[in-house]
Design a protein around this ligand. Structure first.
Ligand SMILES: [Mg+2]
Length: 384
């Protein structure tokens, strides 16, 4: 059996209301989804994290390698894609294109063999994961520190036991916001903060020290992803665990983060850092350093399924009889592609999501929804 077809779909969802983080405004969600079909008609789905149209071009660039290859030999395909891109893109969007293809091949391979991706990865150590809510973005530029009450109430009602909020407006404003959120959610719910690399080292140290009494589970991307040594310095100066990795690529990039002792928690985005093939290697590398892996997950429900299978396979180091819950990022911002694109629906119950058991990623795409959000069928083909 060989791979016969690689198709791309650039999807766009215009938001009913914009939201902001420390860097810019989001007024739409867009993503490149990939479908790979084998000669017997079996197909698999993948997606890449990053600018969708550029990502699509990357997939087109890699297509000649993929077509004609054996879908059961995904590592061979991965290596050929890596060789083809190494000279031009050791980091960045071409790796995201590779990731989308790699994920679709894992789904396809699982469907051909009739086994779940978690089994292909080596087996599920756990059958459910604990999602944390990613939300509490800024509502506008002029007055970003709005009341968070309604949103927090919704998360608590849904059963979330952990919430991640955005920071990055300035040390004093962040401090006031985090203090407010902590007092609203109480001490039982875990709280994480994410600045999306908004700060200098001096600012990040100052904010971290002010926030230490508020029991923050991690401070995500406090600094520029370029400053590996500053991350280490920050880690030495605060008791709050430091997390990063969503701007990092391939095992070589993650090795740099690990070797320089930059983080307590590694956050590869499986849909951009090299796909499931490379994420498995990155988690092995992290285990050598005794560092936890909690992937960055911010796409459609395809990406969520990828994370569920991957997290189910993560090894607890050194391991014990009674295992802790493993966290998964669950974006709560408006995104029809996360809610409607695939079936069966992802269900959170009693604060947990079950790892799908069906073949491959355990999902299929609703092709009516795919067509509805496909920009090639829209009048306005622009994308932000
Ligand atoms: Mg983040």
């Amino acid at each position: 059996m060989i791979i016969e077809k690689v198709e791309t779909f650039v999807l766009k969802d215009k938001l009913s209301k914009s939201f902001f983080f420390s860097q810019w405004e989001y007024s739409e969600r867009s993503i490149c989804v990939v479908k790979i079909t084998a000669s017997d008609g079996t197909y698999g789905w993948g997606e890449g994290y990053g600018p969708a149209k550029i990502l699509e071009e990357g997939v087109n660039f890699l297509k000649p390698i993929v077509i004609g290859s054996d879908p059961l030999k995904n590592e061979l395909v991965w290596h050929q894609m890596y060789r083809k891109t190494l000279d031009y893109a050791r980091r960045g969007i071409l790796v995201s294109s590779m990731s989308a293809i790699d994920i679709a091949i894992w789904d396809l391979k699982g469907k051909i063999l009739g086994v779940a991706v978690s089994a292909l990865l080596g087996g599920a150590h756990r059958d459910k994961v604990k999602p944390y809510a990613t939300g509490l973005y800024f509502r506008n530029y002029e007055e970003p520190s709005v009341e968070f009450g309604e949103e927090i109430e919704r998360y608590v009602k849904q059963g979330f036991k952990a919430i991640k909020m955005k920071v990055g407006l300035g040390v004093d404003e962040d401090y006031e916001n985090v203090k407010k959120v902590r007092s609203m959610i109480g001490d039982e719910i875990e709280l994480m903060i994410d600045s999306n690399h908004a700060y200098s080292l001096k600012e990040a140290v100052s904010l971290a020290r002010k926030l230490e009494p508020l029991n923050i589970s991690w401070f995500e991307e406090p600094l520029s992803p370029e400053f590996y040594d500053q991350y280490r310095e920050l880690r030495e100066k605060t008791t709050i665990p430091i997390a990063a990795g969503e701007c990092e690529y391939l095992r070589y990039g993650f090795h740099q983060l690990l070797r320089s002792k930059s983080v307590d928690i590694l956050q590869p985005d499986i849909c951009s850092s090299g796909g499931l093939t490379e994420a498995k290697r990155i988690s092995t590398l992290a285990s050598v350093y005794g560092i936890d892996v909690i992937p960055h997950t911010w796409g459609t429900s395809i990406g969520m399924h990828v994370a569920l299978h991957f997290i189910s396979n993560l090894e607890l180091i050194p391991g014990r009889m009674k295992q802790p819950d493993f966290l998964m990022e669950y974006d709560q911002t408006e995104n029809a592609l996360r809610e409607k694109l695939t079936f069966p629906k992802v269900i959170m119950k009693d604060g947990f999501i079950k790892v799908p058991k069906g073949p491959g990623l355990g999902l299929d795409v609703n092709e009516d929804v795919l067509r509805e959000y496909d920009i090639s069928k829209m009048k306005d083909k622009s994308i932000i």
